[in-house]
Design a binder for this molecule. Sequence first.
Ligand code: SAH
Length: 368
Amino acid sequence: MSSTHDQPLPPSGAVNLSALDERGVGQIVQSLGWPRYRTGQVLRWLYRRGVRTIDQMTDLSLTERRTLQTLATVRRITACQVFRSTDHTRKLVLTLEDGLNVEAVLIPDNDRLTLCVSSQVGCTLDCGFCLTGTMGLTRNLKPHEIVEQVLTAHEHLDKGERITNLVFMGMGEPLANLDSLSDAIRRLTNQTWGLKWSPRRITVSTAGLASRLKDVAPLGVNLAISLNATTEEQRARLMPVANGLASLKTLLAACRRYPLPPNRRLTFEYVLLAGVNDGRDDAQRLVKLLRGLSCKVNLIPFNEFPGNSFRRPLDQEVLAFQAILKRACIDTFIRKSRGRDVLGACGQLGTLLSHQPEPALTQIQPRC
Ligand code: SAH
């Protein structure tokens, strides 16, 4: 590595500032004998400005930057492939330090630009309709690898664009990586030095780790639960690991106990699989299960992928299902299919090979 300013090279194994939380940066600042306010300064550079080098931290003197460089470095992700759809949806494939890939998807929709982020490489769970589930779990993402997806997405925005919503609906089960998830959300929402995100614009989606739902509440973010079935048997068949951790009954009881702040509601996601869980009886059971809960429902018509025998229901079936919920006064939205030119649909992140047919993208339908 060559240096343009004769700066000392960081020692090998130098601390990666991006990987540190407030305490970690504070310790470095303290070890250098610097005043405490330097911690906030460094953190603001890392998160607010998303710098890639210590040299860019220009409110530190040149000497201070050199001193910091003897101990630490900024190792952001450099390898990011962007797959751009004709409808401006963009899938970002980021290569992590250990060479593994993780995916995030930017989804524009009228006044919204949603970023869908991953929480694991692969997934702990084995939901039968999800391609990521077939990969197994390779590893949990670290907090900075989650934040990195947001910082990198910022660098790939078109002129005038701003990310308005953040959803943890990419690869992985966020609640199976709760410590990293919480740490990342704290960095994203910190108003002093962090990315200043409002927690109200962040949604964490879980396949239903009931005992951990309560740990989401203190983060102030929205909670989405992937229900996907209306009987214990059906859920056990479709989502064996998730249902083994918590039955439908236990999960719904945890939802009822969830300390929802005023004017907020839970979101239930329901993947519609033709002839499996998309019948009128399913819709009627769903109405009963959700009775009394402050919630809305997102219906996700199944995104087909090679090697999987589930089928996407016809539009009329999806609409009939929606109508039953709406008649019961449950706000119900349909995520509809979009372009076919990048691979970014729900449950399809991860492993499709380039020679395989490309599935459709989905997106939440503009409000109905
Ligand atoms: N593990 C988390 C988040 C990742 S999946 C969870 O289960 O919520 C995000 C959403 O995509 C979930 O609601 C899931 O049920 C849905 N999904 C998974 N595979 C799908 C597929 N092939 N077609 C449509 N939706 C799918």
